[in-house]
Write a protein that binds this ligand. Structure first.
Ligand code: NAD
Ligand code: DAU
Length: 380
């Protein structure tokens, strides 16, 4: 990845192609962020995309390998909590849009070590907001009408801020009260409130999207779906928390990117949009789907087997505070922005399994020392 134009300086190279959008994509080397960068450069090749990523265990420059030579891409290795760096990037690169993905994102890690979640998700988001306020807003008239602003702060959030649903409850809508249950969800809720406050108080032009569970290429193997695929290959147990009947609303990652695109283009300033897959599955249904695709596509694991992969399913101790059910009511984004997911669960899962099978070297590289320590801590 040495060819990616990289800067750790506060003043990287001058702006490219100014008539088009110029985006700061935080967390662009992570799972959804990298998929978004690929999506954006494919659909808007004349735009400028500056990725700011601290390359934590979850970030990986190899996720951007196929766009590394794109003339509109600049990779900056840095922290969203570095106020001066963000201010200089916004000014020097003449950036008009922030798409803020960077976060600590794994619920289980937030249970073992919540501090990093408060630091990155709350303090980091606040630092970005302060930088955007400084560069984009006029200090002489702090409360302006943000509706006609050329700028946009788009904050990527999660359905987990709404808490957990009972079996017959309607899906989370934009007016569902926040009730976060994990330190991760609480830190995301805190960041959402800060973004809202910067709009209401200072007029910072913002939008927020709260999305359901994503899956697809480049997702770190600590998360359920890649964990299942890779454990199948190694003939390891498929660890299912509790009774396996927790429900998530699954969305193929590119459909999430399309939703963000629509919000950036047509979403109303100051609004929140929920994005979901209309695809509720129990964890057991997810395991069975992964296993049957694996049985078909990769019948031989590293260890000879005579049983289908589903025989590896193993129930283990439940996650503390484990939310029972998530579901998104996506009526608002559907009605206002004509959003619908394109990928079905079956087609998206097949693409995902195929991607992992074709990218085992990538998997090996992200499952380094940190990940081995994590496995020992979480699953022992
Ligand atoms: P991820 O963990 O795969 O990636 C996070 C990225 O942020 C990594 O590249 C990491 O290096 C970077 N990062 C972390 N701390 C940073 C810092 N201080 N400064 C700069 N970069 C930093 O996460 P993801 O699954 O791609 O999630 C992206 C965003 O989407 C998060 O805000 C998450 O809350 C939200 N979200 C995720 C899902 C999902 O299913 N994965 C669903 C809804 C919302
Ligand atoms: O809902 C959106 C959220 O989805 C995002 O905000 C988070 O960043 C993202 O990590 C994801 O959170 P979940 O906790 O739902 O995802 P995870 O892949 O960790 O777990 C999915 C389900 O599978 C959940 O019910 C817990 C269960 N699980 C997970 C793992 C890692 C298991 O049963 N066993 C496991 O080993």
């Amino acid at each position: 990845m040495s060819q990616i134009k990289e800067s750790t300086e506060s003043s990287p190279q001058s702006s490219v192609l100014s008539p088009h959008k110029s985006l700061l994509v935080t967390g662009g080397a992570g799972f959804i962020g990298a998929n978004f960068v690929h999506y954006w450069l494919r659909n808007y090749p004349d735009d400028k995309v500056v990725v700011l990523d601290a390359l934590t265990y979850a970030g990986n420059k190899a996720n951007l390998a196929s766009v590394e030579n794109h003339p509109g891409l600049l990779f900056v290795h840095g922290d969203i909590k570095d106020f001066d760096l963000v201010v200089n990037l916004l000014q020097d690169q003449e950036l008009d849009t922030i798409v803020h993905f960077a976060a600590e994102s794994h619920v289980d890690r937030s249970i073992h070590g919540p501090d990093a979640f408060v630091d990155t998700n709350i303090t980091g988001t606040h630092t970005l907001l302060k930088a955007a306020q400084k560069v984009w807003l006029d200090p002489q008239s702090p409360v302006i009408s943000p509706q006609s602003s050329p700028y946009r702060f788009h904050h990527i959030s999660t359905d987990e801020v709404y808490g957990s649903l009972g079996p017959g409850d309607p899906g989370f809508s934009e007016t569902t009260p926040y009730a976060p249950n994990s330190p991760y969800a609480a830190s995301k809720a805190g960041s959402d409130f800060l973004v809202r406050a910067y709009y209401k108080t200072y007029g910072l032009p913002m939008t927020i999207s709260n999305c359901s569970n994503n899956y697809g290429p480049y997702q770190h193997p600590e998360k359920l779906i890649p964990l299942l695929i890779l454990n199948c290959l190694e003939n390891k147990p498929l660890p299912i928390y509790g009774d396996g009947l927790n429900i998530r609303d699954w969305l193929y990652v590119e459909d999430h990117c399309r939703g963000i695109d629509l919000i950036l283009k047509k979403g109303r300033i100051g609004e929140t949009y929920n994005i979901g897959g209309n695809c509720e599955k129990t964890n057991l249904e997810v395991v069975n789907t992964v296993c049957s695709i694996m049985d078909e596509l990769s019948p031989q694991s590293s260890v000879p087997r005579s049983q289908p992969y589903s025989s590896l399913l193993t129930f283990i101790k439940d996650r503390p505070g484990h939310d029972r059910r998530y579901a998104i009511d996506a009526d608002k984004i559907t009605a206002e922005l004509a959003y619908t997911p394109v990928e079905s669960f079956e087609s998206g899962m097949r693409k995902t399994v195929e991607w992992y099978l074709q990218n085992l070297e990538w998997c090996k590289n992200v499952m380094g020392e940190d990940y081995q320590k994590w496995l020992a801590q979480n699953y022992s």
